[in-house]
Design a binder for this molecule. Structure first.
Ligand code: SER
Length: 910
């Protein structure tokens, strides 16, 4: 290895080397997707393959045949191990190469090996591969094609070597590469679970199946490749560090934290303190990226993951003696380390700092008091932390249950979780409807309010204006007495409300809250979203003017147009559900829905796509029901009666003993809490706009109803008009015009390809005088520029045909700027000598920074270093001559033949 080819060392160089390796092999570079996935079935992006999941499932068009990426990922399933082992993280970067129905097992394995040994320079004697025990093909490739000692190919079970992103979805057997830190232990007793000895660094998944909810595997339409290499692990190996944390990717963060603490530096710290430093460093990367990707702290979903990570980091700061806020300055270090790979970090730096600072301050306050109280409890040497004690910590001090569990665990104690749940329930039952002021430091503010105040009575079925009292106010996640114009976001709880809170798929209402305070100042709050937490309704928005205080009486006014648009889509959803049953399958059941102001989405269980003609029939049926102007009948009745009448219950909803039944007479009857039109005629029109698959056995239909149909149609109408003007055609004639153009273009392309080939052949024929006899063989090794790869191959074959059975032809040239194309063609006598065109061309292509191969008699390759073409041709000539058993013929130096004109010139030497 020359000094120019030293293996990469820094994290940045490793990222680059990986991407370069695969882009040189035809992979499209795809930037990292957000940590917030476009996939409702997962909370966060957990692997490099996640953004490609719909592509693997055939639900989305592939971006290219091959792709490569560095994907930021977060996994929290092993959070307890973070900082305690050498390799666990919440945040990590995954380097990946992907094939979507293109290359498969053998190529993926060979490239993984080449990258690991030749680019990363890992000693082949230190590598071990695991394979799925039933995957004999992978074993054969490792031991045969790659030549790995069979002792170092280890069969593993399904738990270890069958990979899937979750319980359902694309999956397949995998093969992992491990690096051996203690090769002196020999090959006899290889245990890949020995973390001290082996680091798994590259996982190759042969993704060929889809698993449905019943665990049944069906083959995917294509065989795909999904791989993942842990950047931090490869950095640890190449930098020779004892763990991932001491690499240049993370160590500067630990150093920065140590400096802010009473510890002198990381290496002077005790093992526990080092663990805290590792946790803080890990979590600071995670939270910076999460906020940069738009997550804000909350008590739900990914907002809660963020909150939990921030709190863990802060608590470990506390443990190592940091008493001041430290997360915000740490963002500077994260940005410095990572912004060149993730430029978004710099754009969002201010937002990230603000969010972390606020959340940290809030939590520090909580922490001080909670830890003090927990310390007192621990002093009494209890056998465990009781449910009441854990609840007191949560309720009075805002101390999250997980934290109590974690601290108790550090003292070897358990926590009575059932007792905690019982105490929570008791308090819920004692909920008062009066205004409360919750400790501002309390973490679960909205949950706490919901528990104390109970469900908000809803008056919005009958009226869209109501008078109501403010019973709760939350600003920046903390309960307050007063909110002001200027507070970024305010959440308001009312004694009763006419605003519909998001539920049953229907979005929350929009509108305003208005009041005049005693000082005479007008308050106006724009309500931008309405959410329900355990039945308690929170009106979210901003104060356009004035002040809002607990106890104020306000006028709540729902935006009528928004409400009307939502109910148009809600009733349309019921009609669609029924149409599906009548047209597609009576057994269809709902799997989820979204009822928005300007669209609806309906997910349902169905093993096959709905056809275009079924879509048309459903659309007609629905619009027929709309034209009938059927008056809806909404009533309450016992669940038993609703069942007797045949009302359909919605997926995932909880119902009480008394249920609300929405009846579209003669069409459908469903249990539903949503708001609806009075008559189907109010819907106006429904247009079904899309049908797709969202998961195995789950389909989705999207539709627009009412005024949204116009919004949907307008741009399409406009495009149609413009095309009509351009083609001077009526809308109904456009398709035929485009088809005619496509046919014309196809013919023209064919003619162009034929001329290119003819030109290449002419150039090739002009090279025949350059052939040199070599015993019974005819050698022709020449440069031919400006010829496309396909035409070069035709030219190579034509030359072999002309020169006869002893022909050995190698052509190489710059096919287009910066691109090298090579071809080798051998006549049968040459092949009989044991020479393989594929092997020769592969070796030559390497010399021009590329690769390729093919059959023994004809093979093709590409490269990216045109300046090396002449040297490669000289080498090729020498290799051929040697292989054919004689010294190289006294050929002229390779000539450039860049055009038909120059190809005709007599060579200057030879
Ligand atoms: N998806 C596989 C993994 O996460 C390979 O990238 O390990």
């Amino acid at each position: 290895m020359t000094s120019a080819q030293q293996p990469p060392r820094s994290g940045a160089a490793i990222r680059l080397a990986f991407l370069d390796f695969y882009t040189a092999r035809g992979h499209r570079l795809v930037p990292s997707a957000s940590l917030v996935p476009d996939d409702p079935t997962v909370l966060l992006t957990i692997a490099g393959m996640l953004p490609f999941k719909p592509v693997f499932l055939g639900q989305k068009q592939r971006p290219a045949n091959r792709a490569t990426s560095v994907q930021k990922c977060i996994r929290t399933n092993d959070i307890e191990n973070v900082g305690r082992t050498a390799r666990h993280h919440t945040f990590f970067e995954m380097l990946g190469n992907f094939s979507f129905g293109d290359y498969f097992k053998e190529q993926a394995i060979c490239w993984a090996w080449e990258l690991s040994t030749e680019v990363f320079g890992l000693d082949p004697q230190r590598l071990v591969a695991s394979v799925f025990r039933e995957d004999e093909e992978a074993t054969a490739i490792w031991t045969g094609t790659v030549g790995l000692d069979p002792h170092r190919v280890v069969p593993m079970g399904e738990a270890e070597n069958f990979w899937s992103a979750g319980p359902t979805g694309p999956c397949g057997p995998c093969s992992e590469l491990y690096y051996d830190l203690q090769p002196e232990k020999g090959d006899e007793d290889i245990n890949l679970e020995d973390d001290e000895r082996f680091i798994e660094f590259y996982n190759l998944v042969f993704m060929e199946s889809n698993r449905n909810a019943d665990g049944i595997l069906t083959p995917l339409a294509n065989k795909n490749i999904d791989t993942g290499m842990g950047l931090e692990r490869m950095a640890r190996i190449l930098q020779g560090k004892p763990d991932n944390y001491e690499t240049d990717l993370i160590y500067p963060l630990m150093a920065a934290v140590a400096q802010r603490s009473p510890l002198e530096n990381y290496f002077a710290a005790s093992p526990d303190q080092q663990t805290s430093l590792k946790i803080i460093a890990d979590h600071s990367r995670a939270v910076t990226h999460l906020v940069a990707d738009g997550v804000t702290s909350s008590n739900l979903g990914r907002g809660y993951v963020l909150r939990r990570l921030i709190r863990r980091a802060v608590r470990h700061g506390h443990l190592i003696g940091i008493r001041e806020p430290f997360l915000e300055p740490l963002v500077d270090v994260v940005v410095q380390l990572m912004a060149s790979a993730y430029p978004r970090l710099r754009q969002r730096e201010d937002v990230v700092k603000r969010e972390l600072q606020q959340e940290e301050l809030r939590f520090l306050d909580t922490l001080g008091r909670g830890e003090k109280r927990l310390g007192e409890i621990l002093m009494t040497r209890p056998e465990q932390i009781s449910g009441d004690q854990a609840f007191e910590l949560y309720d009075t001090h805002g101390f999250p249950l997980e934290l109590t569990v974690e601290i108790a665990c550090e003292h070897g104690l358990g926590v009575d979780r059932e007792g905690f749940a019982a105490a929570m329930e008791t308090q819920r039952q004692q909920a008062r409807a009066a205004a409360v002021n919750v400790d501002p430091a309390c973490g679960g503010v909205t949950e706490s309010l919901a528990a104390k105040l109970g469900a908000t009575p809803f008056t919005g079925y009958q009226q869209l204006d109501d008078e109501s009292e403010v019973v709760a106010l939350v600003v920046n996640g903390a309960a307050v007495q007063q909110a002001h114009h200027g507070n970024a976001t305010v959440q308001v709880g009312l004694s009763r409300t006419c605003f519909y809170g998001e539920s049953g798929g229907q979005v929350g209402d929009r509108g305003v809250l208005l009041s005049t305070t005693t000082s005479g100042q007008a308050m106006k709050m724009i309500v931008e979203d309405v959410q329900k937490v355990d039945g308690f309704v929170l009106h979210k928005g901003r104060l356009e003017s004035g002040v809002l205080s607990l106890g104020d009486v306000v006028t709540a006014r729902v935006d009528r147009s928004c409400r009307r648009r939502a109910q148009v889509h809600h009733t349309a959803t019921h009609l669609l559900h029924e149409a599906l049953k009548r047209v597609v399958d009576p057994g269809i059941s709902q799997a989820g829905s979204l009822v928005d102001f300007d669209r609806l989405r309906f997910d349902f269980n169905c093993p096959r796509p709905v056809t275009a003609s079924e879509m048309e029939r459903m659309e007609s049926l629905i619009n027929g029901w709309i034209l009938d102007a059927r008056s809806l009948d909404v009533s309450r009745m016992s669940r038993a009666e609703a069942k007797t009448r045949g009302a359909v219950a919605m997926f995932g909803e909880k119902y009480g003993d008394v249920v609300r039944v929405v009846d579209v007479p003669g069409v459908s009857m469903e249990l539903c809490g949503g708001t609806h039109v009075n008559s189907t005629a109010e819907i106006g029109l429904v247009r079904l706009v899309a049908e797709s698959g969202v998961a195995s056995g789950v389909r989705r239909i999207e539709a627009v109803a009412g005024p949204a149909v116009l919004t949907y149609i307008k741009p399409r109408d406009q495009a149609c008009r413009e095309l009509g003007e351009r083609f001077k055609a009526q809308p109904t004639e456009i398709v035929a015009r485009v088809e005619a153009l496509q046919t014309e273009l196809k013919h023209a392309s064919k003619a162009l390809a034929a001329s290119r080939e003819a030109l290449a052949l002419a150039k090739a024929v002009a090279l025949i005088p350059q052939a040199r006899s070599h015993g019974e063989f005819q050698l022709l090794v020449q440069r031919l520029d400006g010829v496309e790869p396909a035409a070069l191959q035709t030219a190579g074959q034509a030359l072999v045909d002309q020169l006869g059975p002893g022909a050995a032809v190698v052509l190489a040239g710059e096919s287009s700027p910066g691109k090298v194309s090579l071809v080798a063609g051998f006549g049968p006598q040459v092949v009989a000598r044991g020479l393989k065109a594929g092997a020769l061309i592969g070796a030559l292509a390497k010399g021009c920074g590329g690769g390729g191969g093919g059959r023994p008699n004809l093979a093709q390759a590409g490269g990216r270093q045109p300046e090396k073409i002449d040297a490669v041709l000289t080498a090729g000539r020498a290799r051929l001559a040697q292989a054919l058993g004689q010294s190289p013929p006294a050929d002229p130096p390779p000539q450039r033949h860049t055009s038909a004109k120059s190809a005709g010139k007599t060579p200057s030497a030879g």
